[in-house]
Ligand binder design. Structure first.
Ligand SMILES: C=Cc1c(C(=O)O)[nH]c(=O)[nH]c1=O
Length: 314
């Protein structure tokens, strides 16, 4: 069996990569991802200028009981767009593809970053984050369909019809899947969608301290891990069905070959890991690769195409 695949006509050794935001904020982390067995990698969503983000504690792993996961309200801390643009100029693209994630605080900031990327003519693949749930006072673009439409119209024309993708928040209503897909399908240069970002504004409470467990936003933060897997699979499959011309990248609840297999079955071409990578480190790619290969072998699948998108219904 082989995990080899292609994405936007680029060859990848395997479909696994990090989720933006995890193990990808500074050069040392990006170099560790490059050296890891991931098939690709993405940078931390960046703003035009560097940001410190929210006060700590702002990330906590929820490992007391089952299910397992994380809550975060980082607040978009990042080194600023120029730092990541410089990294795209020194990345080794022969080793693996690189995605660059942007999450401008304003439409103009997003357009300025897109413009610089277009002029840089870098092989890095742009993933625009429409779903950052943790910047106080800022609504997620992915939940404001008019704003999302306007952004895509401006960005796709600004990016000269070059292929790009969007990172979407989870949707929970069929009408929202329909409406979001209808907008995305009007932009052929939006070549992929990454589903999902964390489930925004969850609240984890500790019975012993009778308190929330992260400092920002009175404890409200984005949820990741086991808790989000069924919602992630639903969003992957919903957009896989509605956007036949686009690729879907799955993200949410992947911590082993098992969940990676489910995401690919549901229609994901690539699979991102967030919480599990945060906790285990880049060695996780070696483990999950082996687990996915083992599952494929047990099932008699030679390659990813043998089961990609082949989810059965009853
Ligand atoms: C880019 C900000 C994000 C953040 C953050 O920096 O708080 N956390 C997430 O779970 N998803 C995001 O998209």
């Amino acid at each position: 069996s082989s995990l080899a695949t292609t994405f936007l006509d680029l060859p990848l050794a395997n479909p696994l990569m990090n989720a933006s935001g995890v193990w990808c904020s500074v050069a040392s982390q990006l170099e560790a991802l490059l050296e890891s067995e991931s098939g690709a990698m993405v940078t931390k969503s960046c703003t035009l200028d560097p940001r410190n983000g929210n006060p700590e504690p702002r990330y906590r792993v929820l490992d007391g009981n089952k299910p397992w996961g994380s809550i975060n309200s980082m607040g978009l801390p990042n080194e600023g767009f120029p730092y990541y643009l410089r990294y795209t100029e020194r990345h080794d693209y022969e080793t693996k593809p690189l995605f660059i994630s942007i999450s401008g605080l304003t439409l103009d900031d997003n357009l300025a970053m897109v413009d610089s990327l277009k002029d840089a003519v870098t092989p890095a693949i742009l993933e625009i984050n429409l779903s950052c749930p943790n910047v106080p006072g800022k609504a997620q673009l992915g939940y404001d369909f008019d704003a999302m439409d306007t952004l895509l119209a401006e960005v796709t024309s600004g990016y000269g019809q070059r292929q790009l993708g969007v990172k979407l928040p989870p949707y929970f209503d069929i009408a929202h899947f329909d409406e979001a897909a209808a907008i995305l399908n009007r932009y052929p240069s939006v070549a992929f969608v990454t589903c999902i970002n964390s489930i925004g504004n969850a609240l984890v409470i500790d019975i012993n301290t009778e308190s929330v467990i992260i400092k920002p936003k009175d404890g409200f933060g984005g949820l990741g891990g086991d808790y989000v897997l069924p919602t992630a699979l639903a969003n992957v499959n919903a957009f896989y069905r509605r956007c036949p011309e686009k690729a879907v990248i799955g993200c949410g609840g992947v911590k082993s070959g098992h969940e990676a297999f489910l995401h690919i079955l549901a229609g994901a071409t690539l699979v991102q890991m967030g919480t599990a990578l945060y906790e285990e480190g880049p060695g996780i790619f070696t483990r999950v690769k082996a687990e996915l290969l083992e599952i494929m072998k047990q099932k008699g699948y030679e390659n990813l195409a043998d089961f990609h998108g082949k989810l059965k219904t009853l």
